[in-house]
Design a binder for this molecule. Structure first.
Ligand SMILES: Nc1ncnc2c1ncn2[C@@H]1O[C@H](COP(=O)(O)OP(=O)(O)OP(=O)(O)O)[C@@H](O)[C@H]1O
Ligand SMILES: Nc1ccn([C@H]2C[C@H](O)[C@@H](COP(=O)(O)O)O2)c(=O)n1
Length: 256
């Protein structure tokens, strides 16, 4: 379980668009010195690293939270399977995409417009935003098992996680939902037609999301695969059939 020790305001260079103060909900336990609360992205990271050496960021109860990364193409069925895993294995499901959409809709969010532009264009939001949302959600949940859905999606995501979260969590494995592109497209368009309300469940956004997945996300999956950390699931059968495989993986890895 997470427990924040301190609340110190921090800032980050807003993604190459000048200096910006992080909104309230990002101002959590990371150890930023008040004297440095306006800094470039480079300084932000270097301050972060220096601070890491000084003292732990959290007081945690005995074990570190367990994390399973859930990856796969747009519409592969990650969210659908995560709901089933939550029911069966008492994980907390944190979808990076959902957290970003929530932040986009939050009144007064400084990042709302930026997030919308990234999502509509099928691009990956800079990790400083996404990782802070994930960390806050983990702390607020009070849980100790997390499905981190749709993350890390590119090298920037992975590097940011390694800087900010890897020491505080125990990554178990990567659950990879392998699904053909045409099936993914069909599922996303179907989801759009059934009223998902998502601004990216349309052919134009999907082309870009698929391109981003192929160019940026697949190399990350490959990286984990080379490290022997990927559990590959065939995501093409119906959802219950897919879950049979998923359940087998969790049981084989000691989850009850
Ligand atoms: N195994 C399946 N067979 C058929 N349809 C499925 C299956 N799994 C999910 N779906 C449907 O496909 C659509 C996309 O599923 P889901 O939202 O779970 O995918 P996702 O991988 O989380 O997508 P995204 O990455 O875009 O958020 C939904 O409408 C869902 O009901
Ligand atoms: N790590 C992430 C996850 C998601 N996003 C943005 C860009 C995606 O196209 C969009 C939707 O995600 P999904 O719900 O399909 O998982 O959210 C991101 O920038 N970084």
């Amino acid at each position: 379980m997470w427990r924040a020790i301190t609340r110190i305001p921090k800032t980050l260079d807003s993604l190459g668009q000048g200096v910006a103060v992080l909104p309230q909900q990002f101002q959590h336990s990371q150890l930023y010195n008040n004297n440095h609360n306006i800094c470039s992205k480079t300084n932000y990271l270097s301050l972060h690293n220096q601070a890491s050496l000084i003292r732990p960021k959290y007081r945690m109860s005995s074990a570190k939270p367990k994390v399973v990364f859930v990856l796969g193409g747009p519409g592969a069925g990650k969210g659908t399977q995560c709901s089933k895993i939550v029911e069966r294995f008492q994980f907390e499901h944190l979808s990076a995409g959902d957290l970003l959409r929530e932040e986009r809709s939050r009144e007064g969010s400084e990042y709302g417009q930026l997030i919308e532009e990234y999502i509509r264009n099928g691009k990956i939001v800079p990790v400083e935003v996404t990782c802070s949302l994930l960390e806050n959600a983990m702390k607020n949940s009070g849980k100790s098992r997390f499905l981190i859905d749709g993350f890390p999606r590119n090298q920037d995501n992975l590097d940011g996680w390694n800087r900010q979260m890897s020491d505080k969590t125990e990554m178990q494995f990567v659950l990879f939902f392998d699904c053909a592109e045409d099936v993914c497209v069909k599922r996303c368009l179907g989801r759009g037609q059934s009223g998902s309300g998502r601004s990216d469940d349309n052919m134009e956004s999907l082309k870009k999301r698929i391109q981003t997945y192929n160019n940026d996300s697949l190399p990350i999956i490959k990286y984990f695969e080379n490290a022997g950390q990927v559990k590959r699931i065939d995501a093409s059968p119906d959802a219950d059939k897919v879950f049979q495989e998923v359940e087998r993986v969790f049981l084989a890895n000691g989850f009850q």
